[in-house]
Design a protein around this ligand. Structure first.
Ligand code: ADP
Ligand code: MG
Length: 265
């Protein structure tokens, strides 16, 4: 049995491969001691690890561990997933929207880092909590999905007020820039959280698009647990990527790319 582990800032992603069967598991990174206890009672396992908390997790377990560099493991995992889904891309940007966001350019041979942004899943949780006191992830994204950004985000068309716009009037001109024009109204948690997903999704997409232009590719593969149960974030990212003339891809279980790739490095 082979176990690939990506111990990240927020979540520990685990892929178990046994004969031809693959199983996916995840824990909160705060439960790292529990994961170590689970690993320590397993026999006859080959363990592979990557991610920021890999060294610490390695120090807690008695098995021998094969470690790999996170960016290379993630790339290896994405390549394998793409192949398994019959998606053939000569080159692409991959944007890993985890606690923070890391952006890479990939070819058939290798990946190189193309940038990143602090906007990501951690911002959704942290800013989301500051605005609503909701700390449960599922409740946060579920609430956001009911929201409306109209009173909070300023669109280009709001500025141009009926005049001809130089770019699509539907584009966000200023995230949260509409708030002071609606001070006599109340802002629901739903609307606040929808706006948080808006700024995170649009920032991640903007940075990814710039990387795609720089490296002259039209494909952007989005992975990371921030998209889990989060159709609104996916929609924001897909719509904006398409609007900018690029092709967005989401892979099933994409958030496990690092864990899977650690086995195949
Ligand atoms: P990392 O590798 O940095 O741990 P991930 O790709 O696992 O990052 O993504 C972490 C993000 O995923 C969180 O910031 C949060 O937005 C989101 N997320 C998805 N499911 C959960 C969950 N069950 N608990 C906490 N965060 C979750
Ligand atoms: Mg990660």
């Amino acid at each position: 049995m082979k176990i690939g582990i990506d111990a990240g800032g927020t979540l520990i992603k685990v892929v178990i491969e046994n004969e031809n069967e693959r199983t996916y598991k995840k824990w909160l990174s705060t439960e790292i001691d529990h994961v170590a206890t689970w690993l320590n009672q397993l026999n006859d396992v080959e363990i592979f690890m990557t991610g920021g908390k890999a060294q610490y997790l390695d120090s807690l377990i008695s098995h021998e561990v094969k470690r790999s560099i996170e960016f290379d493991a993630t790339y290896a995992g994405i390549q394998l997933f793409l192949e398994e889904h019959d998606i053939h891309l000569d080159n692409y940007i991959f944007s890993n929207v985890g606690t923070g966001t890391s952006i890479h350019y990939a070819t058939k041979e290798q990946q190189e880092r193309a940038g990143g942004t602090g906007a990501g899943g951690g911002m959704i949780q942290g800013l989301g909590y500051l605005l609503t006191q909701i700390s449960d992830y599922d409740q946060l994204v579920q609430t956001a999905s009911q929201g409306d950004r109209d009173k909070i985000d300023l669109k280009v068309k709001h500025i141009y007020k009926g005049d001809k716009t130089p770019i699509s009037g539907e584009l966000t001109a200023s995230n949260f820039g509409h708030v002071l024009q609606h001070m006599d109204e109340t802002f629901s948690n739903e609307d606040r959280l929808a706006a948080v997903l808006g700024i995170v999704g649009e920032t991640v997409t903007t940075v990814s698009i710039h990387a795609a232009k720089q490296f002259e590719t039209e494909n952007v593969v989005y992975i990371g647990s921030s998209f889990i149960n989060n159709d609104l974030l996916r929609k924001i990212v897909i719509d904006y990527t398409v609007l900018r003339g690029l092709k967005p891809f989401f892979i099933e279980n994409g958030e496990f790319s690092g864990a899977l790739g650690s086995i195949y490095r």
